[in-house]
Ligand binder design. Sequence first.
Ligand SMILES: O=C(O)C(=O)C[C@]1(C(=O)O)C=C[C@@H](O)C=C1
Length: 92
Amino acid sequence: MTRSLISMPGETVDGGFDVLQLRRRIDDIDQSIIDLIRTRKEISRQVQRTPTDVGGPRVEPVREADITNNYHVPFGDAGSALAAALLQICRG
Ligand SMILES: O=C(O)C(=O)C[C@]1(C(=O)O)C=C[C@@H](O)C=C1
């Protein structure tokens, strides 16, 4: 069987995988996630500062349950834990 000369990102020309290159991609993805969380936190603060929320509760349990479910569906209990951590970060 002939092997393609075009390698995928992270794949070496002999068909193996370059762990260091793959880890660099993981680091890039993690940095993108961190940047997105920072953006999410800023937007969350804006929602919490809207005039209708002045004096209102900082925690919106129904909204948080929906968000938690969004993460639980793809990732199960780990997704729920991830949502809890995200909400904790974003609530400030
Ligand atoms: O949606 C809101 O009302 C928000 O304040 C944002 C947010 C969030 O970060 O997603 C933060 C706190 C609330 O408990 C629920 C959700």
